[in-house]
Design a protein. Structure first.
Length: 733
């Protein structure tokens, strides 16, 4: 959609021709020329000429037609002479090609959603889900610790645990997999990603404090007959991914998705004696099935298995008798999921039933500490949708169940919890013409520990112009923190675990610390408010888009993770304010065919009350900028892109003799070039091309079992420049 600044009258002139036997152009008198946007038309004269007068903003599609000839359409972006050459209808079909955008923001949905296609994911290595956002300004990628090589995301100025991450509207990263689960999903399996800012739909649950990320994987109906991707990096990481689909008899179709990653050695880039990128072995398999034998029913189910092991930590030096600080992480995950849909005779009426059953086990040995965690989860969601006579007024009703059993052990600390949350929800969607729509939803959930939770949510959309949209949203969300699994990296240090409450002592008339246990930690509750403005227009005749987002999250209750005292990791309930504000401005400009320039600027203000003092949240950059230039030749035979990110400073808590400080801002440069052949693609890329790394990322590195050791104070990469290459092969019938 595009816009013109004024609505004044414009004159469109042109000619309609045909070709004679010699191929020369000849006027075609009597041809009909029509503008559907204005509902105006005309007929060409003896010279083939026509004149139309239009008033609405550009662009204008102009259609030329004549009996016995193929109609032709030209989309005018400005008032200028045009020329049609109509071909006889007996000729072969004429195919018109255009480039599809790799990411886009909807102008017609009430929810602020950004769509990321597989083409956008291929601009970077995207070995796993955490790396799928390297070229996207809406989701920020940060660093977990200096030992495991894991990455995490941040959204709207909040840690990734506050973003609901779904797999085709089923829970993907939830519970014990929240911290390291982004690395479990291979990027080559991903068909597309949808990013929704603010509280999402009540249909998908009571969580989503900061937003929703929904990942669509290749399905039996959409997967290639055979797709294979192999990847090799300069650090020694080798990955192989494949997707294959097969049509079976009796309307069954199946797909198998596989992934294997192997890194046979640990890499110590900064020569501090600790591995920055650990030895890794990871195997993931997914088998999907679909049955299409019913006209009014859809059946799909699948099974997924993951096994991963990482070995890292301190490397053997010259002293062969020294006790090493080792890292040994073992993860096993198994899941079964299903979707069943029923379509009724009434238009737009259906019933969907979604279910998933998951087992997750993780054991981590680090230094002289041992963490073990097991999770059994059952998820059920039934959704009925219909309308009140037309699509202008539709609704969804449903019920859901979240059942989770956790068993966790960290040295002498044992935590166990059984969560049972039953929910009812309703959502009303309204449309008032083409310019206004809204979604009003309400959930009522009963948790076996916390009682009733009520989650109202509202999304409204208004289009002042055809290619301009303004959205507002507000909503309430809940989540239960898993403090050990979600903060395991803080224990890669000499810190002790401490859980406490704050109580008022009437004798001293002061607030004092009181020991607490896991059950004393409250559920997290927050309100989120958002505003979005998007405008697509033409700048010097070229397609351009501008987007502005502002979101604020206010916590009512929150579990504070306090590392302000260097010898402890303290968990306690919020006593004071906690909020996050995020403003993002971004623009995309296409200066010429095949070229795209993207710019984004983000400001974050995230603060929480730590021990009675309102402070900036640690390791949350106050600003970020992204600059990206992409180029592709016709039919994408060559594609290249370069991305520069400028990450602003963030607060770093004190530790031992090191006082509280602010990190320096730094730049991350990456790029990739791809050559497309008939049967395969070859790509070559670079990450962290400027070779920036955090200086001395591990505190007390000389004595890992001493009081000053800490590998969790990470605000920048610890791995330097990395070069990678790979091939992608696609085979279809």
């Amino acid at each position: 959609m595009y816009a013109q600044e004024d609505h004044s009258e414009h004159e469109i002139k042109g000619y309609v021709f045909e070709r004679d036997a010699r191929g020369d152009l000849q006027p075609l008198p009597g041809a009909h020329v029509f503008c559907p946007k204005e509902q105006k038309g005309g007929v060409t004269d003896a010279t083939g000429a026509f004149v139309l007068h239009v008033h609405h903003p550009f662009p204008h599609p102009i259609i030329a037609s004549f009996v016995g000839y193929e109609a032709d359409t030209i989309v005018l972006k400005a008032a200028k002479p045009i020329q049609f050459v109509l071909e006889p209808i007996t000729l072969d079909e004429v195919l018109v090609f255009d480039r599809q955008k790799s990411n886009a923001k909807s102008l017609i949905k009430a929810v602020n959603v950004e769509y990321i296609s597989g083409a956008e994911l291929q601009k970077a290595a995207c070995c796993n889900l955490s790396e799928s956002f390297e070229t996207n300004p809406s989701v920020d990628v940060s660093f977990t610790d200096a030992l495991t090589g894991a990455k995490q995301i941040q959204m709207l100025g909040l840690d990734g645990v506050y973003t609901q991450i779904l797999f085709e509207n089923m829970p993907l990263l939830r519970g014990l997999s929240a911290s390291y689960g982004l690395g479990y999903l291979p990027g080559s399996w991903i068909e597309s990603i949808q990013i929704a800012k603010g509280t999402g739909s009540v249909v998908n649950g009571f969580e989503s404090l900061a937003g929703q990320i929904n990942v669509e994987l290749f399905k039996p109906q959409t997967a290639d007959k055979l797709f294979w991707n192999t990847y090799l990096s300069s650090t020694g990481m080798i990955e192989n991914n494949f997707v294959t689909s097969t049509q079976l008899k009796d309307n069954w179709r199946t797909a198998i998705l596989g992934h294997y990653a192997y890194m046979g050695r640990s890499v110590d880039h900064n020569k501090d004696g600790f591995a920055d990128d650990p030895e890794t072995k990871r195997l993931t398999l997914l088998n999907r099935w679909e049955y299409s034998g019913f006209d009014n029913r859809h059946i799909a189910f699948g099974f997924r298995y993951l096994n991963e092991r990482k070995l890292g930590g301190q490397l053997r030096g010259e002293d062969l008798t020294a006790t090493l600080y080792g890292i040994d992480m073992k993860t096993n995950q198994a899941e079964a999921h299903s979707k069943t849909g029923f379509i009724f005779d009434k238009p737009a009426t259906s019933l969907g039933i979604i279910s998933s059953l998951r087992y997750h086990n993780q054991e981590t040995l680090f230094g002289d500490h041992l963490y073990s965690g097991t999770q059994h989860s059952l998820y059920l969601n039934a959704i009925f949708q219909s309308n009140f006579g037309s699509d202008a007024n539709s609704y969804k009703l449903g019920t859901s169940l979240y059942s989770d059993r956790y068993e966790e052990t960290l040295d002498d600390h044992q935590l166990s919890r059984n969560d049972q949350t039953y929910g009812l929800f309703g959502e009303y969607q309204m449309k008032r013409g083409e310019r206004f729509s809204g979604i009003i939803g309400l959930r009522a959930d009963h948790n076996n520990q916390w009682g009733m939770w009520y989650s109202p949510r509202v999304h409204m959309r208004f289009n002042p112009l055809e290619d301009m949209v303004v959205r507002v949203s507000a909503g309430k969300a809940y989540r239960q923190a898993n403090v050990l699994a979600e903060n395991l990296s803080y224990f890669f240090s000499s810190r002790d675990l401490k859980m406490l409450n704050f109580e008022y002592d009437s004798l001293t008339q002061q607030v004092v610390e009181v020991p607490a246990d896991y059950s004393d930690l409250t559920a997290e509750i927050a309100w989120n408010y958002g505003f979005n403005f998007t405008y697509n227009f033409y700048l010097i005749g070229k397609e351009t888009s501008f987007n502005a987002d502002f979101y604020q999250t206010d916590f009512v209750d929150q579990v504070i993770v306090d590392v302000e005292q260097g010898d402890q990791v303290r968990f306690y309930n919020l006593d004071g304010k906690s909020y996050s504000r995020s403003l993002q401005l971004d623009a995309t400009f296409e200066p010429a065919d095949g070229w795209e320039i993207k710019f984004a600027q983000k400001w974050n203000e995230s603060r929480s009350t730590f021990d009675g003092v309102l402070k900036e949240v640690p390791f949350m950059p106050t600003s970020r900028q992204l600059y990206q230039v992409s180029y592709s030749t016709w039919q994408n035979k060559w594609k290249a892109n370069i991305t520069l990110q400028n990450i602003g400073s963030s607060r770093i808590p004190a530790k031992g003799d090191v006082a509280e400080e602010w990190s320096e801002s730094f730049k991350m440069l990456s790029g990739q070039i791809t050559r497309k052949f008939k049967r395969f693609d070859w790509y070559l890329g670079i990450e962290n091309a400027l070779n920036f790394t955090q200086e001395n990322p591990i505190r007390g590195v000389d004595n890992p079992f001493g009081d000053e050791f800490d590998a969790s104070m990470i605000w920048a990469p610890v791995m330097g420049r990395k070069i990678y290459s790979g091939i992608r092969i696609s085979i279809n019938d």
